[in-house]
Write a protein that binds this ligand. Structure first.
Ligand code: HMG
Ligand code: MG
Length: 307
């Protein structure tokens, strides 16, 4: 597993999961696997490949076992941390059997979002997660945690940073190796992100935190800079800015990985990712999924302006 430090930022590529989960047309399993391989070839070493969730809730992730098995078997992905979302023990068992190298539980700082997203309260979700933490400990698999609605909830509005801090602490106390703070609907601004991180950092070590920003209002990169300034050194992003959340209407994709890499390379914080190859991958997946939108970095690097 890669480690972040003062001179290095770790990127967790979530395009194959957070990115594709919101695509209306089902993307073929082979395409998903090929996407993971291309991302790894571009230098990404931590890739959230799929989600072991109910296919009735998120049909796009119905092939999670096939995707994970194919990735886990691929020799070119040997050194990649292949992770997957697992909301409960059923998801965990399937992820482990398919060869996941890390699992992620996803909690929420908003009660309403917790119900809409995983059909239970925050407390009930922790009862489920504890089973996952225990099984993962026995299996020797690391667990990552998410806190959704770290800035605001699509149903409740602004979220008190103290609620985010509480859920983060709970995840860490239960054994999460890292907690990713999700601006699920992408309404954050640098000032709000700074306030939220300060509140969380009062209860949790900065080295155990990651930032997960959606780009709905175009603040993704500004928010990453604010989080960098606050001391965060791990960021989730999605190639091409793919994605959204099926339970957060209107939310755009994650901040585009190629934009994050462009920023970080200039700061000397990211040396091992091939930006051009990443932009080519963004272009390829946009073509395959029929997506018209490209990130500005991809447009600039590939010279293929489509508008
Ligand atoms: P439920 O209906 O309450 O679950 O859903 P249940 O235990 O009552 O089971 C109902 C059915 O689901 C049963 O099947 C189970 O077997 C099945 P049936 O008997 O009806 O045929 N089931 C499962 N199937 C596959 N995998 C499983 C699983 N568990 C039960 N793991 C559940 C509860 C959590 C399963 C459901 O609500 C769910 O799958 N939700 C998924 C939500 C989701 O994936 N949301 C998007 C990801 S979160 C996100 O995007 C935010 C994030 O990016 C961070 C950020 O941006 O903030 C992470
Ligand atoms: Mg997300």
């Amino acid at each position: 597993m890669q480690r972040a430090n003062e001179d290095k930022v770790v990127i967790v590529e979530v395009g194959p999961r957070d990115g594709l989960q919101n695509e209306a047309a089902i993307v073929a399993t082979e395409v998903k696997v090929e996407l993971v391989k291309r991302l790894a070839k571009a230098g990404l070493h931590h890739i959230e490949a799929t989600a072991f969730v109910s296919p009735k809730w998120v049909p796009q992730m119905a092939d999670s076992t096939d995707v994970m098995m194919a990735c886990a078997r691929a020799s070119e992905l040997e050194n990649v941390t292949l992770s997957a979302l697992t909301p409960n023990i059923k998801g965990f068992e399937a992820a482990r059997a398919a060869g996941a190298r890390e699992v992620a539980v996803f909690a929420s700082a908003s009660e309403t979002f917790s119900h809409r997203n995983i059909n239970c309260s925050i407390d009930e979700s922790f009862a489920r997660f504890r089973q996952v933490f225990e099984a993962a400990r026995l299996a020797g698999l690391p667990v990552r945690g998410y806190v959704s609605c770290a800035i605001a909830c699509p149903y409740e509005g602004a979220i008190d940073p103290r609620a985010v801090a509480r859920v983060t602490r709970l995840l860490l106390e239960n054994g999460a190796r890292e907690v990713s703070l999700g601006d699920t609907i992408g309404v954050g601004t640098p000032a709000r992100v700074k306030r939220m991180i300060e509140a969380v950092a009062a209860e949790a070590p900065l080295s155990a935190l990651a930032g997960h920003f959606h780009d709905t209002y175009g603040m993704g990169i500004a928010n990453i800079q604010a989080a960098l300034d606050a001391g965060i050194r791990v960021f989730d992003s999605s190639v091409g800015g793919l994605g959204g959340c099926p339970y957060a209407a209107g939310a755009a994709g994650n901040v585009a990985t190629e934009e994050v890499v462009y920023l970080l390379q200039d700061l000397g914080l990211c040396r091992d990712i091939d930006l051009e190859q990443l932009a080519e991958t963004a272009l390829w997946i946009a073509d395959v999924t029929g997506r018209a939108e490209l990130s500005r970095v991809t447009k600039a690097l590939t010279g293929k302006l489509r508008r």
